[in-house]
Design a protein around this ligand. Structure first.
Ligand code: SF4
Length: 510
């Protein structure tokens, strides 16, 4: 509070006509407070807000309810904001605001061509490199003991190519996701643009940590981007969100470029539940990418969603079973499902057994009832099967806790090494299986057994394995695979098999 008032009191607001706030979830109340105080002191100042908290229907009502806000920009800001600034620049004395698509004003001036009045760039190619000078100048003014080295946010793309929001504004991607309400379609920068942007920013700000802020990386150019980044010869430390189907070769390029941490769209370890989540993935694919990250030393900080409405006992049982096979890999974080405004679940609640949706009651701690009644907030609540969901998912919380304890104890040991790994002896294979508070086990595979195990480093169907090893009798193949699964050295799902041990030399198995 004191810092806010110091900041406000120390600026000559009379020198400005427009002040803007970008509001994601956590800045909402502070931005409203800030705008209110500035407006009280400088009634002529035009206050504008935008950002994900003002996506969709929220903007329409918020403009009427918050007197301190003059303008709400919905969707991405570049074009509407530049039009607004251009207008104010040309009309120096005017208090009237023009009708600009993507801009809500008090007098209702707004061109709404469709439900979401986006006014967005066709391409990201003309975007300049972001200017973080103010931020770094402030950071550099800190006492050395209070200073830190932040990650530079970099944007490669906007939107999501995985079932993007339709032109009518209907969300169609992952069932829980409402990340893409502020734009339509998917646009990405060219690899050369991304690489030169990262090179320039890291050079200019003398920083090597880069957080890629995309919802989803480009499908066709991602590998090229990371290969080019690797050639910069900078020891970058990258973070990105990625989809579970990213192939090993692409992960390798990411690692070589400096990818150290990823959030993968895992969300579930039950294929039937993944289908309900519209993830377009399976449990075996999730295990495979978890294994690949483990092998490459990329920290996987992904979530396991609990309490998803409409999930059932069989899916929870499948999750418990599959976690047993995921124990050698970095544990997932158990997170409770929350209902996002305008997500596919929110738009079609009946399909998930939901009877009513409304603002989450926690908003009541922040806003008066009249506002809560009028504005749909980003975090919603619902009436449905939550009691049942909490009951059936209880064992998973316990299981994930055990998983974390096992993983961390094995990794914090005096000789940390992969929990399940193999070394290849060219015609035999040694698999080392470290175990919780007991001696490790070693398994040796020879000849065709070794070859099958290596072949299934990427998941393979039984049919494919049989055709790859035609001289090996089918019953022997099946018996071998069963033995491997019983020992938790392989995972099976719908007659598809995945070897679980990670190579100690991953470069040889890409
Ligand atoms: S969770 Fe990710 S992949 Fe799924 S719809 Fe949202 S942005 Fe797209």
């Amino acid at each position: 509070m004191e810092a806010t008032h110091d900041f406000i009191d120390n600026l000559n607001w009379g020198a400005y006509r427009l002040v803007g706030f970008t509001v994601s979830l956590c800045q909402l109340t502070s931005a409203l407070y800030f705008a209110k105080i500035i407006k009280q002191k400088n009634p002529k100042l035009i206050t504008a807000v935008g950002g994900s908290s003002f996506s969709g229907d929220t903007a329409k009502n918020a403009i009427k309810l918050f007197p301190q806000i003059d303008v709400i920009i919905t969707g991405e800001g570049e074009l509407p904001l530049s039009r607004l600034i251009d207008y104010l620049y040309r009309n120096n004395q005017s208090r009237d605001l023009p009708a600009i698509q993507g801009v809500f004003t008090k007098n209702g001036a707004q061109t709404q061509k469709r439900r979401y009045p986006f006014f967005q760039m066709d391409t990201l190619e003309r975007l300049p490199i972001p200017d973080y000078d103010d931020y770094f100048n402030l950071l550099n003014s800190f006492h050395p003991q209070k200073s830190f080295f932040p990650a530079l946010p970099v944007e490669i793309s906007r939107g999501c190519w995985w079932k993007p929001v339709t032109r009518s504004g209907k969300a169609a991607g992952c069932a829980f996701c409402n990340l893409n309400l502020q734009w339509s379609g998917y646009r990405s920068k060219k690899p050369s643009q991304v690489v030169s942007e990262i090179d320039s920013l890291t050079t200019k700000y003398r920083a090597l940590s880069v957080a890629i802020v995309d919802n989803v990386l480009p499908q066709t150019t991602s590998k090229e981007i990371f290969e080019k980044l690797g050639k910069l010869k900078k020891d970058l430390r990258l973070f990105s969100e990625i989809r579970a189907k990213v192939p090993l070769a692409e992960l390798n390029a990411m690692r070589a470029a400096g990818m150290q941490e990823v959030q993968i769209g895992i969300e579930a370890l039950s294929t039937s539940l993944l289908k309900k989540l519209h993830k377009g993935t399976t449990a075996i694919q999730n295990l495979e990418i978890m294994k690949n990250c483990e092998a490459l030393g990329i920290a996987n900080i992904s979530n396991l969603i609990l309490h998803f409405p409409g999930s059932n006992q069989q899916e929870v049982t499948e999750t418990v079973h599959n976690i047993e096979f995921a124990l050698p890999y970095r544990p997932l974080k158990a997170v409770d499902f929350w209902l996002g405004l305008e997500s596919p679940v929110w738009q079609n609640p009946g399909a998930y057994g939901i009877k009513a949706v409304f603002n989450h009651p926690y908003w009541g701690y922040l806003f008066p009832a009249a506002i809560i009644k009028s504005i749909p907030f980003m975090i919603q609540a619902y009436r449905g099967d939550l009691g049942y969901q909490k009951k059936i998912w209880r064992p998973i919380k316990q299981k994930v806790k055990e998983w974390q304890d096992i993983y961390h104890e094995l990794f914090n040991s005096s000789s940390p090494s992969p929990i399940l790994s193999f070394r290849d002896g060219r015609d035999f294979l040694m698999i080392r299986q470290r175990r919780f508070r007991t001696e490790p086990m070693t398994h040796r595979l020879k000849g065709t057994s070794r070859s099958i195990y290596l072949f299934c480093q990427h998941h393979r169907s039984l049919k494919r394995i049989r055709s790859q090893f035609p001289s090996f009798p089918e019953d022997k193949i099946v018996a071998f695979l069963k033995m491997m699964v019983d020992k938790k050295l392989m995972f099976v799902e719908n007659e598809k098999y995945l070897s679980l041990a990670i190579p100690l030399n991953p470069e040889r198995y890409t």
